[in-house]
Design a protein around this ligand. Structure first.
Ligand code: DAK
Length: 259
């Protein structure tokens, strides 16, 4: 897959999307968002792809949406215009397979919001997170005011949103914004290790587990439990459930086929 602003690579069932505008710290313009949406849609449909990694490379994840593109927008432009960012984020969040954000350096504004649509976040010890939109006279409008409080709690999210301050990787770990922090020179290897741990699992079980969590969060507890049970029951129609339980009883690793 050839793109201008991202690089997509697939190896042994693990796809990596690397943001590729390092000259502007991977600032996210409409071209990036359109390409992210296209790549996410293709990778979602490709059954050979088991796990997707989103990264900015070794130096920076992304310093936010491209301010030069937003500076002259009017309220009418923003309210009624195309919203490639929101479409891209939805496509990534809804991918029916695990998505890992692998973060080095700055993850700011829309860059931080991009990490929030991944399922898990792994950070290098040089990573810095922040929602500096308030300093530009706006608010985090690509999901930051909604997804961040759901992830780290209302008070902590408001502190980040109201101050625009950056936090380091260890603080991000402490407040639950990231799952894991690793030395910067081990980020790629640790991300691969995590991806492989997901990739060997049954694809249908992964898909339904992700759906149970994501859809369940949009429901009240009763409805969520009901939905979980439907997903759970459905898995008993898969070959992978038979194989997983048989392998346990035969004291051998399961070999899942994704069906
Ligand atoms: N946009 C455009 N260019 C950027 C950029 C950005 N967000 N961040 C950095 N750059 C560019 C710089 O302009 C500079 O370009 P040149 O001057 O060399 O041409 C180059 O990247 C290197 O940056 P610096 O020289 O500033 O590098 P420093 O190491 O000194 O500082 C920094 C790094 C990350 C602290 C600084 O660059 C910075 O503060 N950047 C801006 C961070 C920020 O404010 N981010 C939030 C942007 S607002 C929505 C869609 C999207 C969004 C909301 C709603 N809807 C559709 C509803 C999202 C909004 C945002 O993300």
């Amino acid at each position: 897959m050839a793109y201008e602003t991202i690089i997509v690579e697939i190896e042994e069932g693990i796809a990596s999307i690397t943001l590729n505008r390092s000259e502007v710290l991977n600032a996210l313009n409409d071209k990036v968002f359109n390409e992210l949406e296209e790549a996410a849609t293709k990778l979602a449909a490709d059954n050979a792809v088991r796990v997707v990694i989103i990264t900015g490379g070794e130096k920076v994840f992304a310093a936010g949406a491209d301010i030069s593109q937003m500076a002259s927008s009017t309220a009418v432009d923003v309210a009624t215009g195309e919203k490639p960012s929101l479409r891209a984020f939805k496509a990534i969040e809804n991918m029916p397979k695990p998505v890992i954000a692998s973060i080095s350096g700055f993850a700011l504004g829309g860059g931080c919001e991009l990490t929030l649509v991944a399922d898990v976040r792994i950070a290098a010890d040089n990573a810095q997170f922040g929602l500096p939109e308030i300093k530009l006279g706006i608010l985090p409008g690509a999901g930051g005011t909604q997804r961040l409080p759901r992830l780290i709690g209302i008070g902590r999210a408001k502190e980040l949103i109201f101050s625009g301050c950056f936090i380091a990787a260890d603080e991000a770990l402490r407040i639950g914004l990231v799952n894991k922090v690793v030395p910067a020179d081990q980020l790629a290897a640790e991300t691969q290790k995590m991806a492989k741990r997901f990739a060997v699992q049954g694809a249908v079980a992964l898909r339904l587990a992700k759906s149970a969590v994501n859809e369940g969060l949009r429901m009240d507890l009763e409805a969520g439990l009901e939905y979980e049970h439907k997903c759970f029951s459905l898995l008993f129609a898969t070959e992978d459930q038979k194989e997983g339980m048989k392998a346990f009883m035969e004291k051998r690793p399961a070999k899942f086929l994704g069906k």
